[in-house]
Design a protein around this ligand. Structure first.
Ligand code: BES
Ligand code: ZN
Length: 633
C-alpha cells in the first residue's frame, strides 16, 4: 500500500513502517514475528483481493421477542482480476438460511455455501460458490438472521429505557462487529453505498445513519438511502420509541420523548459546531448531521455513524460542559469517515486526528481556555495510561495481529496521536499544519489510508516546504516508539494552574473545603482538582469535601466518576450506595471499567464488585460485559 515518495525526507513513510515492524517488541499472542504487511487487514476473513462489495441492499425485520434481526442482504460485488470463484464473507454468529445468485432480468438461483469454523475474534468465514463465467459485476442475496447474543447489537428491555414503555435496539459496529449483524466484507478498506428497508413494531421508529424521512411511519416500515460510500464499521441501526427535534437547519436530535428537551438544550450549539468544522476542515460532505441519544447502557461516549452520531446520555450535564463528545463525533466527519484508517493498526489516524480537530472546534466555539483545560486533562490521562500499558501497546502504529482490535482503543491513538499533531504544529507553524490537514481531507476523501500513506503525504506536502523543521528520527520516534518523546508539548492552562494552588492550600490545611473557589469552577476545573488529589485521602478530608459540595450526589457523570474512583481508593464508605447505583445504570466503558478494576484491588472491594456486577451484568452491552468478565472474577 505504501506509495512511492518524492519528498524531502530520505526515508519514506513506507520504509519507516518497515523499520517499525522490524524493531517492534514481539507479542506472545501475535503470529510469530513475521514482518507485518502495513496495508494488509489482519482482521477480516474475506477475500478482498478477489472481490469488492460496492453496494448493499438490506431488508430486515426487528423481532424484539426473539431478539433477532431477520431478512436478507443483497451484495452487489465487483470481481477483481484474480479469477476466484469462491466468495468469502465475514460473519460472526449469523444463522444463514440460503444464498442466491441474482441474475439481471432472470429468476434467482440457489448457490452452495459453507460456514467455516469460528476463529475468535474474527468470526466464521461464509464461503459461497459462484457460477462459472463470472461477469465483472454481479449480485448475491443472503437470507439470514442474527442471534440474540450478536456482539454488535444490544436489545434492551423497556425497563432499561427512559420511558420504560417500549424495548430498544441499537448497533455498535466498530471495530469488527458489523459482521455479527450483516454478512459482508468487514474491513475498513471496503466502502459501499446502501439502501435499506427496516420493519419495526408499530409505535416504534427505526433509524440508520443514512438519508431518511424524519416523520414517523404508521406501518412501522422505514426506508433508508446512503449515497456516500462508507466502510462497514460505520453501518448503524437503531429502533425505539424515538422523537426528532431540529436544533438548526442541518442539525437535530433523536431521543426518547422523556429526554428530548434536555438533549436539544444540551446540544444547542451543534449547528455552530458544524459551521465551524466546515470553515476549519473543508465542506461537510454528508448532508445532515443529527445525533441519536441512546439509553445509558451504550458502551461508548459516542460513535461517529455518518449523518447520525450515536451519543451516550451521560454527556447531558445540564450546562453543556461535556459536549466535547459531540465536537469529537462531528469531527470524525472529516477524520475517519472521509479519510479512514485502512487497518486497525492505523486507528490513530482516525482518533488522534479527531481529538485534534475536536479541540480546535472546542476552542473556536467555547474559547481557547476551555480547549486548553481539555487538552491538559487529556494529556494527564495519557500520562497515567503510559504507566499502565506494556511498551508494545504504547506505539501509535500498533500491532494488533491475533488480538481483538477493540483492544487498541487506549489513550495512545487518541491523546498521543493528538500530541503528535500538536508537536508538528509547533515545528512547522499551526497555519501550515492546518492548511496541510484541510488539503489532506480533500485529497484522500472517501479513501482508506495507511500510516505509510499519511507519512508520504506529510513528507511531500508539508515537510518538503519546511526543510529542517522535523527530522526523520523524530517522526519515527513518534510513530513507532513507546512512551512520549522528551520534547512533546505539555499543554498549559492558566485556569488549571489556579486550581493547583487551591488544591495545595486545601491539602496543607490552610484552606478549608468550604472556602475553595468552587462557585467559579467549571466541570473541567473540578475534574482537574479531583484527578490530582493524592491517590488516597484521609476520611476527614473526603467528608469535608463531600459535606461542602455533595460530591457523592454529583449528577455530572464525569465528576461523579472521578469522585467515586477517589472514594474506592480511599475506602470512603458513604459513597457505596451511589457507587452501586452508578455502576447499575451506566454502561459507558470509560466510566465503569476503571471503577471495577480499582474495586478488585482489595478483597473487600472485590466482594462488592462481584455483588454489583452480578446485578448489573444483564443490563450491560455484550462488548462491556466481555471486558468486565475478564476483570471481575
Ligand atoms: N469511534 C470511537 C468509539 C470507538 C472506538 C468504538 C473504538 C469502538 C472501537 C468514538 O469516536 C470515540 O472516540 N468516542 C469517545 C469519545 C471521546 C474521545 C470524546 C468515547 O467513547 O469515549
Ligand atoms: Zn473517536
Amino acid at each position: 500500500m505504501g506509495r512511492p515518495s518524492h519528498g524531502a525526507l530520505p526515508l519514506t513513510g513506507a520504509a519507516a513502517l518497515a523499520m517499525l515492524a522490524a524493531c517492534a517488541t514481539p507479542r506472545p499472542d501475535a503470529p510469530a514475528s513475521a514482518p507485518i504487511d502495513g496495508g494488509h487487514d489482519y482482521h477480516t476473513l474475506a477475500n478482498l483481493d478477489a472481490f469488492r462489495v460496492r453496494h448493499l441492499t438490506l431488508d430486515l425485520t426487528a423481532d424484539f421477542a426473539a431478539r433477532r434481526l431477520r431478512g436478507a442482504a443483497v451484495l452487489r460485488i465487483e470481481a477483481l482480476a484474480d479469477g476466484s470463484r469462491t466468495l468469502v464473507l465475514d460473519t460472526r454468529g449469523l444463522d444463514i438460511d440460503a444464498v442466491e445468485w441474482l441474475p439481471a432480468g432472470a429468476a434467482p438461483a440457489p448457490l452452495a455455501f459453507r460456514l467455516g469454523d469460528d476463529r475468535p475474534p474474527l468470526g466464521a468465514p461464509l464461503e459461497i460458490e459462484l457460477p462459472p463465467d463470472l461477469p465483472g459485476s454481479f449480485s448475491v442475496r443472503i437470507h439470514y438472521a442474527t442471534r440474540p447474543d450478536a456482539s454488535g447489537l444490544q436489545w434492551l428491555e423497556p425497563g432499561q429505557t427512559a420511558g420504560r414503555q417500549q424495548p430498544f435496539l441499537y448497533s455498535q459496529s466498530q471495530a469488527i462487529h458489523a459482521r455479527s449483524w450483516v454478512p459482508l466484507q468487514d474491513s475498513p478498506q471496503v466502502r459501499f453505498t446502501f439502501d435499506a428497508t427496516v420493519r419495526v413494531p408499530p409505535g416504534m421508529r427505526a433509524l440508520m445513519g443514512a438519508e431518511h424521512d424524519p416523520a414517523p411511519s404508521a406501518d412501522g416500515v422505514y426506508r433508508f438511502h446512503m449515497p456516500q460510500a462508507i466502510p462497514s464499521y460505520l453501518l448503524a441501526i437503531a429502533a425505539g420509541r424515538l422523537e426528532f427535534r431540529p436544533v438548526g437547519a442541518r442539525t437535530g436530535v433523536y431521543a426518547e420523548p422523556e429526554v428530548i428537551e434536555a438533549a436539544a438544550r444540551e446540544f444547542a450549539d451543534m449547528e455552530t459546531m458544524l459551521g465551524t468544522g466546515e470553515s476549519l476542515f473543508g465542506p461537510y460532505r454528508w448532508g445532515r448531521y443529527d445525533v441519536l441519544l441512546l439509553p445509558p447502557s451504550f458502551p461508548y461516549g459516542g460513535m461517529e455513524n455518518p449523518r447520525l452520531s450515536f451519543i451516550t446520555p451521560t454527556v447531558i450535564a445540564g450546562d453543556r460542559s461535556l459536549v466535547a463528545v459531540i465536537a469529537h463525533e462531528l469531527a470524525h466527519s472529516w477524520s475517519g469517515n472521509l479519510v479512514t484508517n485502512a487497518t486497525w493498526r492505523d486507528f490513530w489516524l482516525n482518533e488522534g486526528f479527531t481529538v485534534h480537530l475536536e479541540r480546535r472546534i472546542m476552542a473556536a466555539v467555547y474559547g481557547p481556555q476551555r480547549a486548553a483545560m481539555e487538552d491538559l486533562l487529556g494529556f494527564q490521562s495519557l500520562e497515567s495510561e503510559l504507566q499502565r500499558l506494556a511498551p508494545a501497546d504504547q506505539v501509535l502504529a500498533i500491532d494488533l495481529r491475533g488480538r481483538d482490535p477493540d483492544d487498541g482503543a487506549s489513550d495512545i491513538p487518541y491523546e498521543k496521536g493528538h500530541a503528535f499533531l500538536a508537536w508538528l504544529g509547533a515545528r512547522v507553524g499551526d497555519e501550515a499544519l492546518n492548511a496541510f490537514l484541510k488539503d489532506y481531507f480533500d485529497h484522500f476523501a472517501f479513501q482508506s489510508i495507511t500510516t505509510a500513506q499519511f507519512l508520504d503525504r506529510l513528507d511531500t506536502r508539508l515537510l518538503a516546504q519546511h526543510p529542517g523543521a522535523v527530522t526523520r528520527a523524530q517522526l519515527l520516534e513518534w510513530i513507532e516508539a513507546p512512551g512520549l518523546p522528551a520534547d512533546a508539548i505539555r499543554p498549559q492552562s492558566d485556569a488549571l494552574a489556579k486550581v493547583d494552588q487551591a488544591r495545595e492550600a486545601f491539602l496543607a490545611g490552610t484552606l478549608a473545603a468550604q472556602s475553595l473557589p468552587q462557585a467559579a469552577w467549571s466541570t473541567q476545573e473540578w475534574l482537574y482538582f479531583l484527578n490530582n488529589l493524592p491517590r488516597q485521602l484521609p476520611r476527614e478530608q473526603l467528608a469535608a469535601l463531600d459535606a461542602a459540595f455533595r460530591l457523592t450526589d454529583a449528577g455530572n457523570s464525569e465528576i461523579a466518576f472521578s469522585w467515586l474512583l477517589l472514594a474506592i481508593r480511599s475506602d470512603y464508605e458513604p459513597a457505596w450506595p451511589r457507587l452501586a447505583q452508578y455502576l447499575g445504570t451506566i454502561g459507558r466503558r470509560k466510566l465503569i471499567v476503571p471503577l471495577y478494576a480499582r474495586l478488585m484491588d482489595t478483597p473487600a472491594g472485590a466482594a462488592r464488585a462481584r455483588a454489583i456486577y452480578a446485578q448489573a451484568r444483564p443490563g450491560y452491552h455484550p462488548i462491556t460485559a466481555a471486558t468486565l468478565d475478564a476483570i471481575v472474577r
